[in-house]
Ligand binder design. Structure first.
Ligand code: LLP
Length: 419
């Protein structure tokens, strides 16, 4: 996390002290570094050199409008999985013509919105979806550009919840049935076949699963070519992992070099959909220590952020470093836990952490991807504020929710309230 550093005992995001941000906007609060986002996107783009490509940032990782705009300004396209994400991209000033739309359960309104906006292509996940897109495109008097998402049946060696390219997963169509589906797509008047797509899984810490998947996709392209179905785009999805603790994943340059090698000489535009590798280490979650407590077994550091703010440790047993924002004396072995009424509400277990006392600040590191976007209002807790740091200045890019807003859409029927 090179854009988060310690200076004279204080943790900074670029040139802004995190303690200053906590004072100004309160905690819990997500803080993102603009330079980190730009640098990571740049590494992907530079990896391709002059080769035709599109880096479609995966909006699901962090969909704050300011983040999307920052990446759009640097030439990113976008990978969306819902009408909501598409609306965000458009609201942020992203170009529809560089949007790919993935997901197994696209609804009619979402498909219509994407056709209306003029996206680059749909990553189609089933024959039934293909028929629906065709029908809607014909009704709208247009044609829908598509890729078929192929299940590459590759083991990504990652957490089972985020492995998507195995044969038994719900994603994509089986590779051996693919040519048949492409034939059907080519027949449909409302469909234009543009590409082929796959995604192996997330938090991959070596290039070998992507190399294996790319090799399988290359042989599929050969079969499609023999069948007279030319393909111009190959979308290899996202999945490049990051360092949360001691992982050493390849850089985007190595990942891209692998793709360039496998697809060399085919005249394809290569699409990638990185999310985590752009955003994870561009963000932290700031939280205040509320209390220390202990029982016969262990120590607890109770903080004001909970599993509703950052779900990854509870959901995947994911590791996030926990750092003191201001240097303090001593360490303590403790569980760092939130205020939610569940034992699964923790950020660290039996971890040696800085002995920050009540009122002091902790930073939960590597929280820029799959952090805020997975936050919920469980326990009627307002979701955190979000801040974007740019050098020595910063902006509030999302206000903290208010408690009132959380039940503003609810109503008590008259027969219950005696009206
Ligand atoms: N493309 C597709 C089709 C995907 O399903 C995903 C992630 C991506 C791209 C972006 O993958 P990335 O580059 O971020 O690895 N909530 C989980 C991660 C879920 C990933 C789902 N799909 C977590 O917090 O680890």
């Amino acid at each position: 996390m090179e854009f988060f550093s310690r200076r004279n005992g204080s943790l900074y995001a670029e040139d802004v002290a995190l303690s200053e941000l906590a004072r100004a906007v309160g905690t819990p609060c997500y803080v993102y570094s603009l330079a980190a986002l730009r640098t990571q996107l740049g590494a992907w783009r530079e990896g391709f050199g002059d080769h035709p490509h599109l880096v479609c940032y995966s909006v699901k990782a962090n969909s704050n409008l300011a983040v999307l705009r920052a990446l759009a300004n640097e030439g990113a396209g976008f990978d969306v999985v819902s009408g909501g994400e598409l609306a965000r991209v458009l609201a942020a000033g992203g170009q529809a013509s560089s949007v790919v739309f993935s997901g197994v359960g696209k609804q009619a309104w979402e498909i219509r919105a994407a056709l209306d906006a003029g996206i680059l292509m749909f990553n189609v996940e089933s024959p039934a979806e293909l028929e629906l897109i065709n029908q809607l495109a014909l009704e709208m008097g247009t044609t829908a550009p598509v890729s078929l998402r192929v299940n590459p049946d590759v083991d990504p060696q990652t957490h089972p919840y985020i492995a998507t390219g195995l044969a038994d997963s719900k994603f994509g169509v089986a590779a051996d049935q693919c040519v048949e589906h492409y034939h059907r797509a080519a027949e449909l008047k409302g469909i234009e076949v543009l590409g082929a797509d796959c995604h192996v899984g997330s938090q991959l810490v070596s290039s070998s699963p992507i190399e294996e998947a790319a090799t399988r996709m290359a042989s599929l392209l050969d079969r499609l070519e023999s069948a007279g179905i030319p393909i111009g785009y190959i979308d290899m999805g996202g999945g490049l992992g990051v360092t949360y603790q001691d992982e050493s994943p390849p850089g985007p340059d190595e990942w891209v070099a692998t793709l360039l090698r496998v697809f060399e000489g085919r005249g394809l535009t290569i699409v990638v959909e990185p999310g985590r590798s752009i955003a994870a280490n561009a963000g932290v979650l700031l939280t205040t220590v509320l209390f220390h407590k202990g029982n016969h077994e262990k120590n607890f550091v109770v903080v004001d952020a909970g599993m509703n703010d950052l779900a990854r440790p509870s959901l995947y047993s994911a590791h996030h470093d926990v750092e003191a924002v201001e240097d303090c004396d001593g360490t303590i072995t403790a569980d760092v836990v939130g205020p939610i009424c569940e034992s699964g509400d923790f950020f660290a277990k039996e971890r040696l952490v800085a002995n920050v006392q009540a009122g002091g600040l902790l930073a939960i590191m590597s929280a820029g991807a799959y952090g805020f976007v997975m936050a919920s209002n469980y326990n009627t807790r307002p979701r955190p504020a979000e801040v974007l740091v740019n050098g020595d200045s910063w902006d509030l890019v999302r206000e903290r929710e208010t408690v009132e807003s959380l039940f503003a859409g609810e109503a008590i029927p008259g027969h219950l309230s005696g009206e």
